[in-house]
Design a protein around this ligand. Structure first.
Ligand code: URA
Length: 432
């Protein structure tokens, strides 16, 4: 182990056998934390070559259960978002793609820090089971085309161990380590096609375009190197996505976006259509992105995507009536609006401020053990570029207690910046 640490410290390139020795030695408990931590720091500082990154990813993917989707006839796809504020994309995209003939066995995470987790959002649906075994997932996908569940603990256990160590040793922010971590779980998930939504901006993990681009390229090289058809899209996270940030209120917005007559946020709908167009094209369901987009639009307009969402909720033990009666979802007792202090144009809606307000109200976790209040959250009524009149509501806070409401209002006071001159709206798709 000392020789391997020295090799990376001195800028050498590991063989696949060496990476296997490192990672599996750590998983078995033969390699102690301090040696793995030293290696991680050497890898953080000196980087990993593409060959090393692919080997690391594949070794991590093979460290636990690997889902076998070969019994599924339809093209299989997995999607991943690097996370952001108000990112409820999977809730809409998964049933939409399944309604259009793509099989999607999606495993999602819980939220930690400023980004919410899809699993937490889903658990606001009464009865919805997020813990499915691989066999249950496969059976459900064969029956209705999709599932949306939590990540199985047996998937890529090496990543779980390494991530905890990176978190405690300031080695998280390394592009090859992040990319290997993300892709190990995608490879173990078994889908032949991988669609990646790499978020950029103040509300994302990658705050600059350049870093997001590097991450996207690394992710695609790994996926392609592992024999999966992989595509990455760079999308904007400089403001919250859609109208809502929270848990139940995001599920409500997802349902609204799926409804043929629903009030969808234009930027969120654009993201969904873009990703769906890409998915249908890359899976060969449609000949081009434009044709894929048109297919997605038809599935939304016909109600087929909404119907698939209802089937998925029912299949996972959730209350399917939430689709028609969103009042069955948890809702907070106190609702208050924040008015615009002046007339002008919205120049900024700060995603981290909105996320922070949600966090203090209990919509997210400050520590892993914290429980979530599914009912609380913030509605974002204006986007960058919108005009506003003084006194018009900008944000709507859903709180459980007066104290929470006041705390959230104090945080949100400076979240929306208004300027006198017109501001150009920010496109949601930055690189297709
Ligand atoms: N998300 C992951 O899954 N892994 C990382 O290392 C960072 C973000």
């Amino acid at each position: 182990m000392v020789a391997l640490i020295a090799k990376k410290r001195d800028g050498g390139e590991h063989t696949r056998a060496e990476i296997e020795q490192l990672v599996m030695g750590y998983v078995r408990g033969d390699v102690p934390d301090y040696q793995m931590a030293a290696w991680l720091m050497a890898a953080y500082l000196n980087g990993l070559t593409d060959t090393e990154t692919l080997a690391l990813t594949e070794v991590m993917a093979a460290s636990g259960e690997q889902v076998d989707l070969s019994a599924i006839d339809a093209p299989t796809l997995d999607k991943h978002s690097t996370g952001g504020v108000g990112d409820k994309t999977s809730l809409v995209l998964v049933p939409l793609l399944a309604a259009g003939g793509i099989a999607i066995a999606k495993m999602s995470g819980r939220g930690l820090g400023f980004t919410g987790g899809t699993v937490d959002k889903l658990e606001s649906i009464p009865g919805y089971r997020t813990e499915l075994t691989a066999q249950e997932m496969i059976a459900q996908v064969r029956r209705i085309g999709c599932c949306l569940a939590g990540q199985s603990a047996s998937l890529a256990p090496a990543d779980k161990l390494l991530y905890a160590l990176r978190d405690a040793t300031a080695t998280v922010e390394s592009i090859p380590l992040i990319a290997a971590s993300i892709m190990s779980k995608k490879l173990a998930g078994g889908a032949r096609h991988i669609l990646l939504d790499v978020k950029v901006g103040a509300g994302a993990f990658m705050t600059t375009h350049e870093r997001a681009q590097q991450l996207a390229q690394t992710l695609v090289r790994i996926g392609t190197g592992a024999g999966r058809r992989t595509h990455a899209v760079l999308t904007d996270m400089s403001q919250p996505l859609g109208y809502t940030v929270g848990n139940a209120i995001e599920v409500r917005e997802a349902i609204e976006t799926l409804r043929p007559d629903g009030h969808a946020h234009p930027r969120f709908r654009e993201l969904i259509l873009h990703l769906a167009g890409q998915a249908f094209a890359m899976c060969g369901v449609e000949p081009s992105h434009d044709a894929g987009r048109a297919r997605a639009n038809t599935l939304l307009q016909s109600g087929a995507a909404l119907e698939k969402f209802r089937q998925m909720v029912e299949a996972q033990g959730g209350e399917p009536r939430v689709v028609d009666e969103p009042s069955l979802l948890p809702h907070a007792p106190l609702v208050a609006e924040l008015p615009a202090p002046t007339t002008g144009y919205v120049a900024e809606v700060h995603p981290r401020a909105v996320a922070h307000a949600c966090l203090v109200m209990g919509a997210g976790r400050q520590k892993k053990e914290d429980t979530i209040d599914h009912a609380v959250g913030v509605e974002v009524l204006k986007s960058v570029g919108d005009s506003v009149q003084a006194g018009e509501p900008l944000l709507r806070v859903h709180a459980r207690t007066e104290t929470q409401l006041q705390q959230a209002q104090a945080i949100l006071e400076t979240a929306v910046r208004i300027v006198p001159e017109p501001v150009a709206p920010v496109p949601v798709i930055l690189e297709a």
